[in-house]
Write a protein that binds this ligand. Structure first.
Ligand SMILES: *Cc1c(COP(=O)(O)O)cnc(C)c1O
Length: 388
C-alpha cells in the first residue's frame, strides 16, 4: 500500500492523515458478517476516530454508536447513527450531556456511579423523559494490556462497585422515569489475548445470574470493546479475526433466549485504515545514535508518548528491509519536532538510509490518532487524504 500512497499524494503538505476507505468498508463488512452470525450488535466507539467522513462510512453500514460525551452523541446523530442505537458511557457525564442523551432518547446510559444514577433519575423526572439505564459493572478482570488502557480492575475509576448494586436497583425501582435495560462491561483496550474475554464471559455469566435470581431479566448484555489489532504486521493482518472473537462469546456466554448481546468496538474497526504520513526534515548523525527528525510529532500522534505504543514506521516507496543490502539500511531514532523527550515514534528503527524530504508512513494510526492531536507548540492544522 505504500507505493499506492506515494502515487496518490504527490507533492502534498505533511503531516497528513491518510485514510483508506475501501479497507475501512471491508473491515466493517467482515465485522458485521461475523457479528450477524450470532445476532450480535456492534456499536462503533466514536472516541477512536470521530472524523465525519469515517463516521458516515460506519453509520451507512448499520452500526450503532458508543459515545463518551454529549458532543459525540450530537455528532454521531448528525453523521447518520440512529439515537436508538447510541449508548453513552463515561464516569463524568455533565448535566448538559445527560440531557442531550435524554432528549434524544438514546438506547442506554452506561451508568458508572450511584450518584450519577441519582442525577440521571432527577433530570429524567424533571423533564418527563425516560432514562434507559445499563449498569456498568466492574468485573475485576485483568486485561493484561498497558496499565493506562486497563479499565476493568477494582483499582480503576470505571464502573459501579459490587456492594452498591442493590442500592442502584432500589433507585431505579423508586423512579418511574428510569428503566433498567442492561448490564455493561468493558475491561480495557488493545487486548490480544482472547483468554481475557473468556474470563470476562465467566464473570458476566455470574452477574447475569445474580440479577436474574433477584427478578431482573435484563434484556441487554453489553460486553464493551477492547479487541486488539496487530500493530507489528499491519499488512499481514489488515483485518482482525472478528470470527474468532465473536465465536468465543458464543461459546462461553450463557444467554437467555431473548437477551441481546452488544459490543463496543473502536480500535479494531478503524486502526488499520489510517496512516500518518510525514516528511523527514533532518537527519542528525549522533555519536551513539542517528536521529530522523520528522515534521509529525506527538501533537499529531500521541500514543507512543502517552503509553509507549508501537507503530510500524516505513519509508514510503522503498524496498522492504528484507530486500535491502546491509549498506542500504541504518538504525534511527525516529523523533518529532516537539520540545519533549517523549516525542519519539520509535527507537533503533531499522530503515533504508534516509534523507531530507523522504516520506515516512506511521502505520495503523486510524484509532486514537487524529482524535488525540493537539495544538501544543501551536502546530499547523492537520491535513487529510481519503482514498476512496
Ligand atoms: C474506549 C471504549 C471502548 C472502545 O475500546 P476499543 O479498545 O477501541 O475497542 C468501548 N467501550 C468503552 C466504554 C470505552 O471506553
Amino acid at each position: 500500500m505504500t507505493q499506492d500512497i506515494i502515487q496518490q499524494l504527490g507533492e502534498v503538505q505533511t503531516p497528513l492523515y491518510y485514510y483508506d476507505l475501501p479497507l475501512l468498508r471491508e473491515t466493517l463488512t467482515v465485522a458485521k458478517n461475523a457479528a450477524d452470525r450470532y445476532g450480535y450488535h456492534i456499536h462503533y466507539a466514536i472516541k477512536a476516530n470521530n472524523n465525519p467522513r469515517i463516521l458516515r462510512e460506519v453509520s451507512a453500514q448499520g452500526f450503532g454508536a458508543d459515545c463518551v460525551s454529549g458532543l459525540e452523541i450530537e455528532r454521531s446523530i448528525a453523521e447518520g447513527f440512529a439515537p436508538s442505537d447510541i449508548v453513552f458511557a463515561g464516569v463524568g457525564k455533565t448535566d448538559r450531556e445527560i440531557l442531550i442523551g435524554l432528549e434524544n432518547q438514546i438506547m442506554s446510559f452506561n451508568v458508572e456511579s450511584v450518584q450519577e444514577l441519582h442525577v440521571i433519575g432527577d433530570l429524567a423526572k424533571e423533564h418527563e423523559l425516560k432514562g434507559r439505564i445499563a449498569l456498568r459493572i466492574n468485573p475485576n478482570v485483568d486485561a493484561k494490556t498497558h496499565h493506562y488502557i486497563t479499565t476493568g480492575l477494582d483499582e480503576n475509576k470505571f464502573g459501579i462497585m459490587m456492594h452498591e448494586l442493590t442500592n442502584c436497583l432500589d433507585i431505579i425501582n423508586a423512579n418511574a422515569y428510569l428503566e433498567l435495560v442492561g448490564l455493561h462491561f468493558h475491561v480495557g483496550s488493545q487486548i490480544t489475548d482472547l483468554n481475557v474475554f473468556k474470563r470476562l464471559c465467566l464473570k458476566v455469566n455470574e452477574w447475569n445470574a445474580w440479577f436474574y435470581e433477584r427478578g431482573y431479566d435484563v434484556p441487554v448484555l453489553n460486553l464493551g470493546g477492547g479487541l486488539g489489532i496487530n500493530y507489528t504486521e499491519p499488512d499481514e493482518e489488515a483485518i482482525v479475526n472478528f470470527n474468532n472473537f465473536f465465536y468465543l462469546f458464543h461459546e462461553f456466554l450463557d444467554v437467555r433466549a431473548h437477551q441481546q448481546i452488544h459490543f463496543e468496538l473502536g480500535r479494531s474497526i478503524v486502526a488499520n485504515c489510517g496512516t500518518l504520513v510525514s516528511r523527514v526534515l533532518y537527519i542528525k548523525e549522533g555519536l551513539k545514535k542517528n536521529f530522523a527528525i520528522l515534521d509529525a510529532g506527538m501533537t499529531e500522534l500521541m500514543r507512543p508518548a502517552l503509553y509507549q505504543a508501537y507503530h510500524k514506521v516505513e519509508l514510503i516507496g522503498a524496498k522492504t528491509i528484507e530486500e535491502s543490502e546491509k549498506n542500504e539500511i541504518k538504525h534511527y531514532d525516529v523523533v518529532g519536532p516537539i520540545c519533549e523527550s517523549s516525542d519519539c515514534f520509535g527507537k533503533d528503527v531499522i530503515l533504508p538510509v534516509l534523507k531530507r524530504g523522504d516520506l515516512i508512513a506511521i502505520r495503523s494510526t486510524g484509532a486514537y490518532g487524529e482524535v488525540m492531536s493537539s495544538r501544543y507548540n501551536l502546530r499547523q492544522e492537520l491535513q487529510y487524504f481519503f482514498k476512496d
